[in-house]
Design a protein around this ligand. Sequence first.
Ligand SMILES: *Cc1c(COP(=O)(O)O)cnc(C)c1O
Length: 401
Amino acid sequence: MEDFNAANEIQDLQYFGEFGGVNPSISDSSTYTFLSAKMMLDTFEGNGEGCYLYSRHSSPMNVHLAKALAKMEDTAAANVTSSGMGAITTVLLQLCKSGDHIISSRTIYGGTYALLKNFLPPFQIETTFLDIDDFEALENSIRPNTKILYCESVSNPLLRVADLRRLSTLCKKYKLKLIVDNTFSPLSISPIRLGADIVIHSLTKFINGSSDSLGGVYCASQEFIDETKNVNSGACMLLGPTMDSLRSASILKNLRTLHIRMKQHSYNALYLAERFEQDGLKVSYPGLVSHPNHELMKSIMHEAYGFGGLMTVDVETTERANDLMEMMQSENLGYLAVSLGFYKTLFSCSGRSTSSEIPEQERLTMGISDGLIRFSIGLDDDIERTYTKMRACMQKVGILK
Ligand SMILES: *Cc1c(COP(=O)(O)O)cnc(C)c1O
């Protein structure tokens, strides 16, 4: 997987602002003037090459950010949205109409799960949830009306890795679109290179990395991006989850340090995962040899960026998890907060927060126990010091001796 370096792709883009600035000028307009009435008409009909019409359709700054993200994911085009869910809903509703069927991984982000499970069925869009590594079950559940196979490259919160090459072969055989949410593994996994058709990110997480903004993107062929922006039938144009241009300006600037941040997140997470596993805790991290998908991850990742910034520790009960998280927060080791990709470590009890949309029984069969703590490991400069302090917290609350 060394023939493609997503960080180089981003680095190689050159921007000039209106006055020769080293950053593109922020466009702060919802609407745009035309030099001729005919040009306006052409633009409405989709032939206004290089012209802007109205910012729900497109804006210069959004185009800059989308272009950088398309480079990163190696697609012809991309479109940015006001949140990750805005990207997911746009893609699914563009591709699926009443009567269509989706096959999805069981272990996905709680919001996506609730969308597929609760929100779409009244529109006659049904989803079958399966283990993404049970290829027999996947193949058996394909129906004539199945349109999409949906998964996360590294799943939330259990960090199971999808065998994207194999999934793509299956999708090609049955003419399904393989849609991959790559939020947990930007730069380290390139789903398009492994055969995915569309890649989605919540920019809110690692890509922006500052926990100051929501954002999303879907990266795909030019044709698909244009379809979603079509003034008569485009899901993004008509549902309106467009990103604000001021936000895309700030996310673009943060994107430039993503490669450095991912390396540090991964380095720190691996360090803690290895130590805590040695200490006898139930740790899950794709970088550990004990992780069921360790070899698979190695075979699909770009090694330089590591195994990512997320790990889980199962302390068995919610009570112990809460004690530990409160203690760690009071020792300034991170925040008891949902979300991920921040410079500080964030921790939350998945079953009681980001995966609480999933019914309890289902959660337990998935392996999301009541005491499962998800950590998004921060950019700490001295991770050994962090480890020592975290271990002291674990001893104080009786998780370690
Ligand atoms: C957060 C998240 C989303 C949703 O993104 P928002 O920006 O919060 O709308 C989707 N998928 C994954 C994997 C996420 O972590």
